[in-house]
Design a protein around this ligand. Structure first.
Ligand code: AHG
Ligand code: MN
Ligand code: MN
Length: 340
């Protein structure tokens, strides 16, 4: 029996179209390299006094962690000069990030959440990086905000890196979702999960139920349905689910991708768009879940269809097995009413 070692480089290369120039392939390599650097830094965080807050707040008024700052900088630095990217947008930066004048602008627009789940950094719980890649809108004008304000349906690739008990990079270029595990001894991502599909029946629901009182009646009823406490008239009986919530979207998403389930961050009273950011979180993950046979919705619309109006726009999100997400839509749109 011969062991099959497929590195992420090999896999990306083997799967790129014959006609491709290789820029997207190489951009994915650049991101994989950033992921390795962030991973090694994350593993050593406790040793390097990098833990704790950097003393800044980001554009959204949240405290930035030192690892957020590090991850944000390293992704930009690895992608600003090889001539593959024309503009970037990061969750941690107020405006789009332009390619410095001395470097060539490429065809792709990169959006990223450099460190997702940052409240978990200091407590040694899994965190992640999320990214999405668009193609330029207009070649002569490439490098504008318009290049990143595109619906997730137009992504040409998306993925995430999970810094967990092992580090994994999971991505799609529109031909299925593939997962790679970092072998820290050789410093390579090796193919470990080819063509990931959401299992059915699903195993988990993931929602911060501490916010129960902030949700609308419809959302409350839906969550009760997830918990098996309500049997709506039709069409689906309650599933049998267990609850898991890490508070790092990447980690919650990854577990649900492997085991089946739903992650939700609903609208709240006073927070009609919830918390999750369309461009850096909801969009790329909606692209991946679609590729894995699932679905992502705001409760009203398919997240893949939303054209962002602004960089840091938020959306309510229900993402996972289609049957669970469609049921959320039915509750939220009033198709299923529960009388108390
Ligand atoms: P980020 O660390 O990039 O700001 O994202 C945090 C997000 C997401 O990862 C997670 O699922 C959610 O915030 C948790 O929020 P609550 O603590 O409100 O549940
Ligand atoms: Mn995030
Ligand atoms: Mn973040």
């Amino acid at each position: 029996m011969s062991a099959k070692f497929v590195t992420i480089e090999r896999f990306i290369l083997d799967n790129q179209p014959q006609t491709a120039k290789g820029d997207l392939t190489n951009l994915l390599y650049d991101i994989a390299l950033a992921a390795k650097i962030i991973s090694f830094k994350t593993n050593r965080a406790g040793l390097q006094e990098i833990l704790g807050q950097a003393g800044n707040t980001n554009v959204q008024g949240e405290a930035q962690q030192k690892l957020d700052v590090f991850a944000d900088r390293i992704i930009f630095q690895l992608c600003d000069h090889p001539g593959r990217v024309c503009v970037m947008a990061s969750e941690e930066q107020e405006t789009v990030l332009h390619i410095p004048d001395q470097y060539e602008k490429g065809a792709y627009a990169l959006v990223y959440d450099p460190l997702d789940g940052s409240s978990n950094i200091d407590v040694n719980v899994s965190i992640g990086t999320i990214f999405g890649i668009y193609r330029y809108k207009d070649w002569d004008l490439r490098g504008r905000k318009e290049d990143v304000l595109q619906p997730a349906r137009d992504l040409v690739a998306a993925g995430y890196v999970l810094y967990g008990s092992s580090t994994m990079m999971v991505y799609s270029t529109g031909q299925g979702v593939h997962g790679f595990t970092l072998d820290p001894e050789i410093g390579e991502f090796l193919l470990s999960h080819e063509n990931m599909r959401l299992p059915d029946p699903p195993a988990y629901y993931s929602i911060n139920s501490a916010y129960y009182n902030r949700w609308s009646k419809d959302v409350q009823s839906y969550v009760q349905w997830l918990q098996g406490r309500i049997d709506p008239p039709a069409p689906e009986p309650s599933p049998t689910l267990s609850s898991r919530y890490i508070g790092s979207l990447v980690a919650d998403f990854h577990r649900n991708l492997l085991r089946g389930g739903i992650y939700a961050y609903p609208a709240e009273i006073g927070k009609p768009n919830g918390k999750i950011r369309l461009l850096y979180e909801a969009g790329p993950l909606a692209y991946l879940i679609d590729q894995a046979g699932g679905y992502a919705s705001t409760g009203y619309v398919d997240i893949l269809d939303i054209t962002p109006d602004e960089l840091h726009q938020r959306v309510p999100i229900y993402i996972g097995n289609r049957v669970l997400v469609e049921q959320a839509e039915k509750f939220i749109q009033g198709e299923i009413m529960v009388t108390a």
